[in-house]
Write a protein that binds this ligand. Structure first.
Ligand SMILES: C[S@@+](CC[C@H](N)C(=O)[O-])C[C@H]1O[C@@H](n2cnc3c(N)ncnc32)[C@H](O)[C@@H]1O
Length: 425
């Protein structure tokens, strides 16, 4: 069991604040865990089914909260961007009601070492393709939100907006406003029937202390608020997790800044191996049929999903054989060995790329000591020397970043090797 360490004074203050602001805490407490920041520990033996935390709905920060609505942010701005704008303005407001909560979030320096968003370009360029694609989407969304919201941010710098945007990215929970009655209310960001997953999240005090495992405690919500219930018995001192969803390690790395060593939801994307091999006509067919991209390979049977099987069939068989396969009139058993063989060759080719990429990552010059930088998150203005150090920081790969890259590539190599073995290669 990993040691649960004293989290520090600011967390004691926050717990006091949380209890006075609608958070009920039962048998758990925040603690520091090496390599995972703060997490939640069982403060006594816990029984399966016990409610561990309840957070009153009025304590959440969502775009329906009166303090966010009072900013009159543009209706067209994304929910993610609007929450980040609210947090940026709160950070600069010494009288903000959320100061005790902000004080327990990770610092900018912590984000810089773990989130690929802040990594030097040469380290970002060495991420696996699926992680690179996720990072590029993240960068575009953040830039679009900054452009839409900067006129509303008074003197807030982009660096602060970026930090709060990433706080929202790593610390929100799904929330579809069950406490707001009716189909259409001025407090809802859209008519209820039109809400998408991107419209539905909220910051949730204390709940955002829980670290992730692929299986964890049950999280639930209703009009009264959010709750966490023990999924099994826990011994005092054990870390208590929730699941953020069935995410691959590439997703966890880019969106949250960590990798699980044993992730039953892990997979690799084959998009970069299949999509470039498609002709324009084949790509159009797959787009029309809703089968373009997201080709997953898992290291356990059945290894590939229906989308991957469909794309491989279109790629190497006559189009009519693809058509009967996707229509379900023929399961394609007669051609399965040709498909498997093609996949085997793709995996072998990928295996060679992985070997040379691992050499490139090992060759990255790593700083042994992380460079200390002070940020606005601690309410300080930067000196010229600090600004210069930060500029250097963006070019130097830290030992932690290099180790993260190396670990991810080794996990990818293991999954590819498993595929090669399973396909008889
Ligand atoms: C919702 S917060 C959880 C609390 C956070 N650890 C903290 O220090 O405040 C999500 C962040 O926690 C960290 N995290 C969550 N689960 C983790 C895990 N299994 N291993 C390592 N870090 C984890 C990541 O930095 C992630 O971005």
């Amino acid at each position: 069991m990993a040691a649960a360490l004293d989290p520090g004074e600011e967390h004691v203050n926050f717990i006091d604040w949380a209890k006075k602001h609608g958070v009920t805490i039962n048998g758990v407490a925040p603690a520091k865990f090496v390599g995972r920041g703060i997490g939640i520990v069982a403060a006594r033996d816990l029984k399966a089914g016990e409610q561990l935390v309840h957070v009153r709905h009025t304590s959440l920060i969502s775009v329906a909260s009166p303090s966010v609505r009072s900013l009159n942010l543009p209706l067209g701005a994304s929910i993610h961007g609007s929450l980040a704008a609210f947090l940026s303005l709160s950070f600069e407001d010494k009288t903000s009601a959320h100061r005790a909560w902000q004080g327990v979030w990770p610092s900018l320096d912590e984000f810089k070492s773990i989130l690929p968003f802040y990594w030097p370009k040469k380290a970002q360029d060495l991420l696996p393709d699926d992680a690179k694609a996720l990072l590029s989407t993240q960068q575009s969304k953040l830039e679009a939100d900054w452009q839409a919201l900067r006129p509303y941010l008074r003197a807030s710098p982009k660096s602060l907006f970026t930090y709060t945007w990433l706080i929202v990215n790593t610390r929100t929970f799904f929330w579809d406003y069950p406490d707001i009655p009716g189909h259409s209310s001025p407090r809802l960001p859209k008519k209820r029937a039109k809400l998408t997953a991107d419209d539905c999240y909220a910051m949730c005090p204390f709940m955002d202390y829980f670290n992730h495992q692929d299986h964890g405690c049950k999280t639930d919500y209703d009009a009264k608020g959010y709750s966490v219930t023990a999924d099994r018995d826990y011994k005092a001192g054990e870390e208590v997790y929730v699941s953020y969803g069935p995410h691959s390690n590439s997703f966890l790395l880019v969106e949250y800044g960590f990798l699980l060593s044993n992730n039953t939801c892990d997979f690799i994307s084959l998009d970069h191996l299949i999509i470039p091999a498609l002709s324009t006509a084949q790509a159009e067919i797959l787009k029309d049929d809703g089968f373009h991209g997201s080709y997953a390979f898992t290291p356990v049977p059945p290894y590939t999903c229906h989308r991957t099987q469909s794309a491989l069939r279109l790629l190497i068989l006559p189009t009519r054989r693809y058509t009967v396969f996707i229509s379900g009139t023929d399961e394609g058993g007669a051609e399965q060995s040709r498909i498997d063989n093609h996949l085997l060759n793709l995996l072998k080719e990928y295996s060679r790329t992985i070997m040379s990429t691992i050499e490139d990552v090992e060759g990255l010059e790593a700083e042994t000591e992380p460079i200390e930088t002070e940020g606005f998150a601690k309410g300080q203005r930067k000196s010229k020397a600090e600004v210069e150090r930060e500029a250097k920081d963006t070019r130097v790969v830290s030992g932690e970043q290099r180790e993260g890259l190396l670990l991810r590539w080794k996990q990818v190599r293991e999954m590819v090797n498993e595929g090669v073995r399973a396909l008889g290669g």
